[in-house]
Design a protein around this ligand. Structure first.
Ligand code: NAG
Ligand code: NAG
Ligand code: NAG
Ligand code: NAG
Ligand code: NAG
Ligand code: NAG
Ligand code: NAG
Ligand code: NAG
Ligand code: NAG
Ligand code: NAG
Ligand code: NAG
Ligand code: NAG
Length: 663
């Protein structure tokens, strides 16, 4: 059965779909009417047929692949609204945090007619599973003026989010962004204020069992598995058929935790973010998720594998390999040589939001695989997983399948995948660039400063409390990539020391600025200043294992988030010796802008840079085990009964992925 389905607004034309029987029409109308209500409530349920891609009428301007030599017209147009919208929040933030001897209000007002003179801010959230999502959430809450008290005094950074132009995430950091943007740009505070059964972020419920029944969630565990299998099967059989992978099951499971809609909103697409009121009105930053290209059978990812970004308009890459972008809402259509041939239909609904989040975090497909050894899991789901594994083989179980490859025949001189109809993508952190810098250092985006929240699990010491802290590995990876002439393609990055230096000098324990001197960078382009903000224990031991800790009760969840808040604000300027932190953040924000407008750096900022900028010192001897002390007063999370995954499952997952990488 093949028919075109329509967005709810096209309900009227349903009667003319002559190949569809009466009963089916009634069913479609019922679904569409239900969707119409949803569309009214939230702008993201746009896929014509839930999780299954479906044909739609092509727009008069047929979708095509474009070259990566500029930003898209849609992004450029959107920026014209966004940059001016960042000015007032930036003014409010900079005047509140008060840089001595610098009249921030006047500076902003003098330049507000030409926003290209003013700071252009980006924020990046690393991967690292739930740990990264929650530590990142704390930082995001600290940056969000909607968080209660986040704009209450000079020690607070609330408003930084509203002052930012771009925000990027990968893997666990992508779950954070997805949870915010797939839910009408909700806030972290709003999420953690809703704790009824069926609400999102109830991480005490194992993703292997599904959400508790209640509210919008009506499925029992058995029905949950059934729903995962059914929706993926729908996709598999849609139109001429689509290749599915473990990522599809993972995607659907993630959606139940992160998308605030019945059954995890199978019809919610990533591209539909462009129609959300906050994004459309440029009241929210431009969200980007990252994944990597990896061909089936290719075992190890090198630093030169293509970085693919997903934004509300497009998926593609500025890398010199692919150097092209596809319109995201039409991915799933059968493009070839950069065009959609006249005899091909336009397909929509492939870019399901959970699938995009799942692609960026495909390393966690391993978790779904554990169902095979779970005696309580029904045969239905085990059979489905076996089918996928049989077709793929163990080494490729982390692949997300984007067949038909939108870039087939495109840019065949340099695009390594141009000659295949199959495009497979994997977790954005697999090349060790666990912080999504790539989209934010693109010269076309002209970002001045990147707030980089690093929740990576790099340290590998033998004791628990010395493990799973960041040590700069992700910065080193991006530094190396931008130093490689064959792949950097006009991107640049600050000089970054080795990870021993990070640990020896404590650069992984407190925030550090990199690239303060805009004249001394790698590569050939310009680079933003990097404000590196590593996860560290301020009030809670937040170095939870990526794969062994797969459930958090709400007390622990909130403790992680609170710690992340203090990571970003250095405990609201209460960390001893760092009472100037937020002022110095202000200096990092305005630095490049001051250069552009030939304005002298205030003395207060020179002092900040002397203190927070890495000055080139190295200490590359092997450090002793990194054993950070609690920085402020620890909060207690009382012991009691928590709904954890049986430890054997978590450990099995950890064992299965160890050796792949530590993220
Ligand atoms: C989405 O958020 C905006 C403001 O942030 C609000 O005006 C609108 O009503 C929200 N829409 C839904 C469907 O909740
Ligand atoms: C805005 O400022 C930039 C950078 O200083 C300058 O190149 C550009 O000409 C200015 N635009 C206008 C309209 O004044
Ligand atoms: C906000 O701050 C006030 C006073 O500083 C305090 O009484 C209140 O509890 C705080 N609210 C939250 C939600 O932290
Ligand atoms: C989830 O949706 C409900 C109803 O639309 C809304 O009231 C609630 O605020 C949403 N939760 C979040 C975290 O956005
Ligand atoms: C990436 O590096 C690998 C190994 O060094 C090499 O075989 C491959 O050709 C490189 N690809 C590109 C696009 O530079
Ligand atoms: C760009 O924006 C226009 C107008 O909103 C929209 O019709 C079009 O589909 C967008 N393009 C992409 C690639 O999303
Ligand atoms: C590459 O693309 C060009 C232009 O479309 C075409 O002429 C050429 O045959 C293609 N080469 C290969 C190896 O496919
Ligand atoms: C940093 O992390 C990497 C990746 O886990 C590890 O190989 C390296 O030994 C670590 N170095 C230090 C000094 O912790
Ligand atoms: C920092 O401020 C936030 C928001 O008021 C609060 O929740 C947090 O506990 C404060 N941190 C410290 C260390 O006081
Ligand atoms: C650039 O910075 C690096 C690291 O701080 C330093 O080693 C090098 O000497 C600097 N180069 C110049 C030209 O200042
Ligand atoms: C949450 O988990 C912690 C850590 O295991 C535990 O000590 C605490 O009692 C749990 N709280 C609840 C309400 O289950
Ligand atoms: C500045 C630069 O090197 N740009 C190159 C980026 O990659 C594309 C595609 O390979 C080249 O055409 C550009 O010249």
């Amino acid at each position: 059965m093949r028919y075109s389905l329509f967005a709810a607004s096209a309900l009227a034309s349903l009667g003319s779909a002559s190949s569809v029987g009466r009963a089916e029409i009634e069913q479609i109308e019922a679904n569409a009417a239900y969707r119409a209500v949803e569309v009214y409530k939230r702008a993201t349920n746009e896929a014509p047929n839930g999780y299954a891609p479906a044909d739609v009428d092509c727009p008069s301007d047929r979708p095509s692949i474009r070259k990566g030599d500029t930003l898209s017209k849609n992004e450029t147009d959107w920026l014209k609204s966004r940059r001016p919208k960042t000015v007032d929040p930036m003014r409010e933030l900079l005047t509140r945090i008060n840089i001595d001897g610098f009249d921030a209000g006047k500076y902003i007002d003098d330049n507000r007619d030409n926003t290209t003179n003013l700071p252009n801010i980006g924020i990046a959230f690393s991967g690292g599973g739930y740990r990264a999502m929650l530590n990142g959430a704390g930082a995001l809450a600290a940056f969000d003026s909607r968080t209660p008290n986040a704009t209450n005094g000079a020690g607070q950074l609330g408003g930084l989010l509203q002052a930012s132009t771009y925000i990027a995430g990968l893997s666990g950091g992508g779950w954070l962004l997805g949870s915010i943007y797939m839910n009408n740009f909700t806030s972290v505070q709003n999420i953690i204020d809703h704790n009824e059964p069926g609400d999102i972020w109830q991480l005490g419920n194992s993703i292997l069992k599904g959400p508790e029944t209640g509210g919008i969630q009506i499925l029992s565990t058995a029905e949950y598995y059934g729903n995962l299998v059914d929706t993926v099967t729908d996709k598999k059989h849609a139109l001429g058929g689509f290749d599915t992978s473990l990522t599809d099951y993972w995607a659907r499971a993630l959606s139940f935790q992160f998308v605030n809609a019945t059954d995890g909103g199978p019809g919610y697409t990533w591209s539909s973010i462009q129609d959300d009121p906050d994004f459309k009105n440029a009241d929210a930053p431009f969200p980007i998720l990252i994944a990597l290209e990896r061909a089936p059978g290719q075992a190890v990812l090198s630093l030169n594998s293509t970085n693919i970004e997903f934004n509300p308009f497009e998926m593609g890459s500025f890398d010199p390999t692919l150097y092209g972008f596809a319109p995201l809402k039409y991915v799933g259509s059968n493009f070839s040589n950069g065009e959609l041939p006249d005899n091909e239909k336009c397909v929509r609904g492939f870019d399901n939001g959970g699938f995009v989040m799942g692609t960026s975090s495909s390393l966690f497909n391993q978790i779904i695989l554990q169902l095979q050894d779970d005696n309580s899991a029904p045969a239905l789901i085990k059979t489905a997983l076996e089918g996928i594994l049989g077709a793929l083989g163990q080494n490729d179980d982390d692949i997300a399948d984007y067949t038909p490859n939108p870039f087939q025949g495109y840019n065949n001189r340099t695009n390594p995948n141009s000659n295949t109809n199959r495009l497979t993508l994997v977790d954005g952190g697999e090349d060790l660039q666990n912080i999504p810098f790539n989209p934010l250092i693109q010269p076309h985006r002209e970002v001045d400063v990147i707030f980089a929240i690093d929740s990576s699990a790099d340290t590998v010491e033998p004791t628990d409390s010395a493990q799973n802290w960041p040590n700069g590995t992700s910065l080193v990876a991006t530094y190396e990539r931008t130093s490689n002439a064959s792949i950097q393609n006009n991107t640049a990055f600050p000089y970054i020391p080795d990870t021993n230096t990070f640990v020896n000098l404590g650069l992984n324990n407190r925030p550090t600025f990199f690239g303060c001197d805009s004249g001394n960078l790698t590569g050939r382009g310009v680079s933003p200043i990097i404000v590196y903000i590593p996860n560290a224990p301020y009030v809670f031991l937040s170095n939870m294992s990526t794969f062994a800790k797969l459930a958090y009760n709400n007390t622990e969840r909130n403790a992680m988030i609170l710690n992340g808040y203090d990571v970003a604000t250095m405990g609201n300027n209460t960390r001893a010796g760092y009472e100037d932190w937020t002022t110095c953040v202000g200096c990092a924000i305005v630095s490049r802008s001051l250069n552009r407008t030939n304005t002298k750096m205030p003395d207060a900022c020179s002092k900040c840079f002397d203190k927070y900028c890495w000055n080139g010192t190295r200490a590359d001897n092997t450090p002793p085990p990194y054993w950070p002390e609690m920085i402020l007063q620890e909060i207690k999370v009382k012991s009691g009964v928590a709904k954890f995954l049986p430890n054997v499952v978590g450990l099995a997952v950890a064992a299965a992925v160890s050796g792949l990488l530590m993220m």
